[in-house]
Design a protein around this ligand. Structure first.
Ligand code: GLN
Ligand code: ZN
Length: 766
């Protein structure tokens, strides 16, 4: 008998119930009890929805983040909150979100303010976790109450519960040593806490515990490999069976290590790590359970059940009841329920599966394995029909686009002349002063703007009224920028709700869900658009807004686009062709837009690639290939223009020391990056690598309400000028201004323009 289980369920709720409950609690509008009650209801509902499985996950629910939950379970709280009064959950939110001295929870005055824990990406997903903090003195102090309470709840429901925890080695690996000490030195202390934890679960008659060690799909040095052996060598004495779970990629050189760890079972990702499976079968000791993640937990397409069974049945014949089946990873990376969608095109909808549909697929697979295919033939046929229709649909496949892709040669990504020659022509045309000033694209998204957009979307505001309103906003932002004395203006992006969705909505080959929310961090969710087919651009997407903005000013107006790599990385994408192919198609569509803007007289065009760095694969081994096609796609999008047209790009979060050569290879004339918070420290990358083109290192931290002084910005620019020749420096904020208010933006930009003037006067006098 193949056993079914799930690694984790989306906790935010099909209607984002958890988000709203959290935010209401944080605003002081509802009680802690009310929040706890929402948590209980969501857990109950989600367990009911998983009740058909042989094991349901417990402890996967989280009020903010499962890594932070683990830190609390282990009693590893940052020093700065240890003395806090109040409820555990309040302390937990303090670490998660930070706390100002005037916070509504009443502990500001007694406990003081506290900064939020650092947040970073969970492997290569768009989920962000709170980074555990360590020092040489870190002690662990087990608090298993959260897990035990949820376990009791699940048992009261009569469910076969499988607690889920993060494994000790991954927990250490994901954390940050605050004092430079060796994290691995903490392992013995940490294992003592894990042993206690597993014992307390055993005391509750838990049979299996899922212990997540996804760090096994990354490159590990000898010390970390040893840590696995010593950790699990010690934990094997616990009275529960451990299912060690890895996901998101291939084990490769860690395969033998993973196969031989003294645990009762191993879960591997059979979607992203399929090539591991046959070699693993050879290695696996004959008493071990193998759980195969055969349903993609990262994407929203229906599983090809026929193909999966063809592959799985022979494995089942060998493993028999040692085979478990599951989604590849926790389902927190996909939306909850396709049945909530009312407006999705029925054909496209028939190709999709969200979390609940994926669990149905899983149970169908198990039935077919355990009882043969005949009893589920009808379901298998309907799955087959949907999969076949998608494979052959002319909504998906567009021969003209395929032909355009195959006709691409490298010259498409080449500018006519090298940077020095272009720069001279651009300078002659644009006549910009030294240290030119500009912004990153968006201006404050006011309540009026949001209201107009939502009225238009719902049909209550007609096209003409909407256009008039947006033009008014554009005119306002142009006026403000002229008054500020900025050199290169932007239209302000009032018409954009999101920098990816805006383009997705206008491209053929994209679909949108209504409720397809996925947790990004804490209460924040994103609704990634669905890239389902060959991409084309039926008509210009930004031209009208930008040419209107240009018509209002004699200063250069910077056209504003999102780049192909960022559009790709923030979407659900096709699984029937390589990501690189989808990216190239997006690049061709953006290229057309770039050329249309140029033709209309826009001579500065910015192509944002905010997500280029975060698309890097988990293993360094695969970076080169990714960077090649990612940079190649950007070049196709950008480089069809004349020498005189200046291409800008923008990247947030610019810790790109290790990819600086690829960034230079994009060959944008100007790149703007986020640097102000680090005091230009991020420019260290430029010490050893002389970046050949122009740079605008951000001097205004747009994440903070603080208004930087001209002196501070001059200082930052002088730091930058130590690494980059001043004649190639621009002065600009760190990122777009859409989350700020006009009354913050105006003084900050006034100071920024003043800073540029100071720089010009000191430079010309020396
Ligand atoms: N042009 C976008 C803006 O200004 C860039 C945002 C981003 O990089 N995340 O909002
Ligand atoms: Zn940015």
């Amino acid at each position: 008998m193949a056993i079914t289980h799930n690694l984790g369920f989306p906790r935010i709720g099909a209607n984002r119930e958890l988000k709203f409950a959290l935010e209401s609690y944080w605003r002081g509008e509802s009680s802690l009890n009310a929040l706890q009650e929402v948590g209980r209801q969501l857990r109950q509902r989600h367990w009911n929805q998983q009740a058909g499985l042989d094991f349901v996950p417990v402890g996967d629910f989280s009020f903010y983040d499962h890594v932070l939950d683990m830190s609390f379970t282990l009693g590893n709280l940052p020093k700065r909150v240890q003395g806090f009064h109040g409820e555990t959950l309040d302390n937990y939110f303090r670490v998660a979100r930070g706390l100002s001295a005037e916070s509504v929870d009443g502990h500001g005055p007694c406990c003081g303010g506290v900064s939020a824990g650092e947040m970073t990406k969970w492997f290569d997903t768009n989920y962000h976790y709170i980074v555990p903090e360590f020092t040489a003195a870190t002690e662990f102090n087990l608090d298993s109450s959260r897990l035990l309470e949820q376990l009791a709840e699940a048992k009261a429901h009569g469910l076969k519960a499988k607690p889920v925890i993060i494994g000790p080695v991954t927990y250490l690996a994901l954390g940050k040593s605050k004092d430079g000490s060796d994290k691995l030195a903490l392992l013995p202390r940490l294992l003592a806490a894990y042993t206690q934890l597993l014992d307390s679960l055993a005391a509750e008659e838990v049979e299996w515990v899922q212990i997540d060690e996804p760090i096994l799909v990354t490159e590990l040095d000898g010390a970390w490999q040893n840590a696995f052996n010593s950790a699990y060598g010690q934990l094997k004495n616990c009275r529960v069976k451990l299912l060690l779970a890895t996901y998101f990629g291939q084990l490769l050189e860690n395969r033998s290590l993973a196969a031989h760890l003294p645990v009762a079972g191993l879960h591997v990702d059979a979607i992203n790590g399929r090539d591991d499976i046959f070699p693993l079968l050879e290695l696996l000791p004959s008493n071990k359970v193998l759980s195969l993640g055969v349903i993609n937990g990262r994407n929203i397409w229906k599983t090809d059940l026929h193909a999966t069974l063809e592959w799985l049945e022979p494995i089942h014949r060998v493993l028999q009841n040692r085979l478990w089946v599951a989604p590849s990873c926790s389902l927190i990376h996909v939306p909850v329920d396709l049945d909530s969608e009312r407006d999705l095109d029925p054909e496209i909808r028939s190709w999709l599966a969200f979390a609940l549909q994926k669990l149905d697929e899983l149970q169908l697979l198990a039935k077919a394995l355990n009882n043969g295919r005949v009893p589920v033939q009808a379901e298998l046929i309907s799955n087959h029909v949907a999969v076949e229709r998608r494979r052959t649909s002319n909504r998906v496949h567009n021969p003209a686009i395929k032909a355009a892709i195959s006709g691409i040669d490298v010259s498409l990504g080449e500018r006519i002349s090298p940077y020095e020659q272009r720069a001279a022509k651009q300078a002659a045309l644009l006549k910009l002063p030294a240290y030119p000033t500009t912004t990153i694209g968006s201006f404050p998204q006011t309540a009026d703007i949001r209201h107009a957009r939502s009225e238009f979307k719902s049909g209550r505001l007609g096209l003409a009224g909407y256009k008039a309103q947006m033009q008014k906003e554009i005119a306002h932002s142009v006026q403000e920028q002229e008054a500020l004395g900025l050199d290169v203006l932007v239209h302000g992006e009032a018409e954009r709700n999101d920098m990816v969705e805006y383009f997705g909505e206008q491209l053929d080959g994209y679909a949108f869900s209504q409720f397809g929310w996925v947790q990004s961090y804490g209460s924040r969710c994103v609704k990634p658009p669905i890239l389902f087919g060959d991409i084309s651009r039926p008509k210009a997407m930004t031209l009208d807004w930008i040419t209107y903005a240009q018509s209002l000013t004699s200063k250069p107006m910077k056209g504003m686009l999102t780049g192909p790599v960022t559009i790709l990385n923030w979407s659900f994408v096709r699984d029937d062709q390589p990501r690189s192919v989808s990216c190239t198609q997006l690049a061709l569509a953006i290229r057309q837009e770039v050329l249309d803007l140029e033709k209309a007289g826009i001579r500065i065009i910015q192509i944002d690639e905010a997500a280029l760095r975060e698309g890097l694969p988990l293993r360094k081994l695969q970076w080169k290939e990714y960077l090649e096609w990612a940079v190649g796609s950007f070049r196709i999008a950008a480089n069809g223009v004349e020498d005189e047209t200046q291409i800008h790009t923008h990247m947030c979060y610019s810790d790109f020391n290790d990819i600086i050569a690829s960034i230079a290879d994009m060959d944008a004339d100007v790149i703007t990056i986020e640097t102000s918070r680090s005091d230009m420290k991020l420019l260290d990358a430029f010490d050893d690598f002389s970046y050949p083109n122009e740079i605008g290192p951000g001097v205004y931290d747009i994440h903070s309400p603080n208004i930087p002084t001209p002196e501070r910005m001059v200082q930052l620019m002088k730091n930058a000028a130590k690494r980059i020749p001043p004649e190639r420096l621009w002065v600009n904020p760190d990122c777009g201004l859409k989350t700020r208010r006009w009354d913050e933006v105006i003084p900050a930009l006034t100071n920024m323009v003043a800073a540029a003037k100071l720089l010009r006067s000191t430079t010309s006098s020396t």
